[in-house]
Structures are given as C-alpha cells and as structure tokens.
Design a protein around this ligand. Structure first.
Ligand code: ZN
Ligand code: ZN
Length: 340
C-alpha cells in the first residue's frame, strides 16, 4: 500500500505526477471543484481506495444484510405476494403480471449493481429505479434472445456437442453478461462473447467465487422448494421472498466485485462513507493548506496563507459584531419597561 507523504500512516488516495508525491484526503486542495496539489496547484490523480478494499467474501454478512432496508424489504414482500397470487391464477394475464414484477425487481437490481460499483454500500431508494425501466427490460429480452440465437447457430454449424459446450459457457458467464450490461448499458458489450470472456479473465478467482456463491443460493432456493411442496399461495409467496431477497444480494455482490476489482477494470470509485473532499468547510481547506505548506517548508506561501486566514477571522469577527448590534437592537426591552 502507498502512504501519504505528510501522514505516513494514512493510505494515499491521490497522487501528483508533477511533484511525484502521494497524498491522503486531508492533504489535497478541493476548494476549486477539481482536486489539486497544494504545492504545485496541478490537478491530482485519484488513486481510488487503493488496497484498502475488503474482498466480498470477507464481508458476506454485510452483503446479506444489504436488502435490509424498509423500502427494499417492502419491494421484496410486495413483489413476492403479487407473483404468488398471479402464479396461482394462471393464464396470459398472470404471465404479464409476472413479467412486470420481474421487470421491476430486475430494474432495481441493476440500480443496486451500479450504485454498489460506484461505492454506495446502502441499498438505493426504490423510487429511483423506475426511470427508463422499459428500455432495460427490452434490452434484457434482446440479450437473452441474442444468446439463444448464437447457441442455435453454433448447433447448426458445429453440431450438438459444440452447442452444449457453448451453452455451458454462457451459463457460467451470465453474471458477467449482467455486469457488462450494467457497466456499459449496451447490448453489444453484454452479448459479445469476447468481451464477456475478457471480463471473466480480468476478475479471475473472484469471479469463480461469485459463481460458487450464486450456485449455493440457487441450490438453497431449490431445497426450500422441496421443503414447502404445498401448492398454496402462502408457501409460494415465502419461496418468492427468499428468491427476490437473493436476487438483490446477487446484484449487490456483482456490483461489489466491480468495486473490488476497479483497478484492473481501469476505473476509480470510492466508498461513500470515506468522506467527500469536496464537502469540506473553508476552515478545513485552510488547515489542510497550512499543514502541507509547513511540512514542505514553503514559508513565504505559508505566511501569506496565514495572513489571509487571519483576515477572514477579522472579517468574521466584524460580521459577528454587526450581527450582535442588530440582534441587540431588535431584542431591546418592550416599551412598557422603559416607559413604566
Ligand atoms: Zn495526508
Ligand atoms: Zn504537485
């Protein structure tokens, strides 16, 4: 792990290629919108969270409690109840209802994936999931049809055995298909076997572990299916609750895998809870500048920094005096005290 030049025990989160130093969140200048070096004023490179990300298999407890928010649980329960009732009714109507319910939950799942990949480790608001939902569902259907078409084509040209192998390939790559769709929001990126295989190769062992976890979850739903063999609506709803719950956990896991592997995938995102450098107060900016300038021994810059800081303190004390006078003016005792 790389450390901050000015805080040798803090992980470096930025680097300046000009000064050839690495900085932590405290030691950067974010007062102008972009994040800049406090010494040379050039824009810094975001290092992301570096090696400090815990792999997903070490935070499984958190992954499984991800859907434990009021809104998400409500969505799961509602979706399960509706699909259980629809499934028991049968017919075309129930098929349409089931399609709509899976569309809604899948749309929400993709939002969970994308937000997790961007470093947000809390389940998003359900209301955020319904913008542009139709497009996503049409894309997913096209992706599935595309894969089926490719397998059929392989069967025609190369025979049954090759088609079987190709099907197994797609089955193992299905999470990668979802991940690639969430990353690029393009059908091409999701069903291009080369791009999908490339992603799997980049993620390597972590991807295999993800596959293992997904398989375990699917098997456990299967076991539940056998346990509640009854055909009544209640047991069907109960099974649906578990499936939808896992469905959201799986999307969260896929998103976390992206977050975990961001350095190999070439993007940078930070944990939301890490504190945003852009949301700092003026005082914090000034203190950061003073700290770095002092440690660099840049005393001319330091003294001018201190002077402006002092000026602003004087200005603040001036404002405070004016405010106090106005306050005293408006809160003077009522007339009956002075006249009485
Ligand atoms: Zn630092
Ligand atoms: Zn610099």
């Amino acid at each position: 792990m790389e450390y901050c030049k000015y805080h040798p025990v803090e992980a470096a989160t930025y680097s300046c290629t000009h000064c050839n130093v690495r900085q932590c969140d405290h030691c950067v200048d974010a007062s102008s919108g972009s994040v800049r070096c406090l010494v040379c004023r050039r824009e810094l490179e975001n290092q992301g969270p570096g090696d400090s990300i815990v792999p997903f298999w070490r935070r499984l407890d958190k992954c499984f409690s991800y859907p434990m928010t009021m809104q998400t649980l409500l969505l799961i329960i509602l979706a399960s109840a509706v699909s259980a009732v629809a499934a028991s009714a049968g017919g075309l109507q129930s098929f349409v209802i089931l399609l709509v319910v899976s569309a809604v939950t899948t749309k929400y799942g993709f939002l969970c994936l994308q937000q997790t990949a961007a470093g947000k480790m809390d389940a998003p608001d359900v209301s955020e999931a319904y913008l542009g939902g139709i497009k996503l569902i049409i894309h997913i259907i096209l992706i599935v049809l595309g894969i089926v078409f490719m397998v059929l084509a392989v069967a025609n040209v190369l025979g049954q055995f090759a088609a079987l192998a190709f099907s197994v390939f797609w089955l193992c790559c299905l999470p990668a298909v979802f991940i690639n769709y969430a990353r690029f929001e393009e059908i091409g990126a999701a069903i291009n076997p080369v791009k999908v295989a490339h992603l799997v190769l980049l993620l390597r062992g972590a991807y295999l572990l993800l596959l293992l976890f997904i398989t375990i979850m699917i098997l456990s739903v299967g076991t539940l299916n056998q346990l509640f063999d009854g055909q009544d609506v209640l047991s069907a709803a109960l099974q649906s609750v578990v499936s939808y719950y896992y469905w959201i956990v799986i999307f969260h896991l896929m998103g976390y895998l992206l977050f975990q592997k961001q350095h190999v995938l070439g993007y940078v995102s930070r944990l939301d809870s890490d504190g945003d450098v852009h949301n700092r107060s003026d005082k914090q900016h000034t203190m950061a500048r003073i700290g770095v300038l002092a440690k660099e021994g840049m005393f001319t810059e330091l003294s001018s920094e201190l002077k402006t800081a002092l000026k602003s303190i004087r200005m603040i004390s001036g404002y405070m005096t004016v405010t106090l006078i106005i306050f005293a003016h408006y809160t003077r005792p009522p007339n009956w005290i002075s006249s009485g």
